[in-house]
Ligand binder design. Sequence first.
Ligand SMILES: *Cc1c(COP(=O)(O)O)cnc(C)c1O
Length: 379
Amino acid sequence: MKRTLLKKLLDTVVQTEMNKTYPRVTIDLKKLRNNIDRTVEKCQAQGVHVAGIIKGCTGIPACVKEFDESQCKFIGSSRLEQLRDLHSQGVKKPLMLIRIPMMSELSDVIAITDISLNSEVETLKALNEEATKQGRFHRVILMVDLGDLREGFWDKTQLVETAKLVEKELASLELLGIGTNLGCYGSISATKEKMEELIACAEKIEGEIGRKLEYISGGGTTSLPRIFDEDMPERINLLRIGEGILLAKDLKDLWNYNMDYAYQNVFTVEAEIIEVKEKPSYPVGEILFDAFGNVQEYEDRGVRKRALLALGKVDYAFLDSIHPLDEAMEVIGASSDHTILDIENCQRNYKVGDVVQFNVSYAALVYVTNSPNVKIVTV
Ligand SMILES: *Cc1c(COP(=O)(O)O)cnc(C)c1O
């Protein structure tokens, strides 16, 4: 009896999920593949391999498949759960964990991934022990902090000592190379000088261990300018690219690089209008706090035509991270499950049931691809 009821309930859940059409994110896989291929070509022309980073789209399997069938060298994510099933789903490329492993996840790190980025001696020792226990071999890239102040060895002597330790004493680990990350916390630019500083660290290690390191990884998307400007120092031979492939927006919008070789609309978010009304633009009554406890400012623009969408901050988090394709449309506010659009100046006569399309920035992409409320559709 109980079992039938549970099954019935589960069926209902699955049914509802299947019938749900909006909100959704549509992913154009051909465009994604173009972005991967063009990026890899540009990097390879300068002797740089690409690790395709899938965390920006929450490791959606259809997207990962495009990376796997491309000329990317590795597939990487900061989160093990996005890498867990890839090999069993047929993904061939070596998998890279790009966040410093947690002590509590080391057995999974060894079982699931081929390579990890590291910056702690204790973690490396424990990783070695775990690899030995599982009878596996694991490759590591030691991270160097060149001033962006997130992960990585700050003390260069400690870096070299740790490299020696991995090379000579941690038998189940292989020192694959070193790497750095820039333009994340400290907003530090990946200049030619920073790249050369990284190479100098590598050469110091090479002098100590008596062999060349296979990889020197100069960063992520924020290091692509060195490829575009064709001044990437020769020994940098690996970049770990996510945003520059998935969205290809930041370097265009923030740095004015010509990104015409890539599509900026691989991902399109669609949501349905549930109300269209003319309303005042200034709230009526005593103003206190909004849905998130913030004090808001409202501009009185008189009575305006507005549309209410069945899509909210829970789905994309940041109001300035979604961009309507209809440029006459203005995103004026949102709560958890609603977004309010000013459509006064739109040519199109929007009605209830109409669907509105958006481009997204990185922050919103992470949310929409990770929201159980948002259906994922690939074309
Ligand atoms: C997220 C991340 C990347 C990729 O960053 P993008 O800006 O998306 O290219 C590369 N390396 C590390 C360590 C990361 O955490």
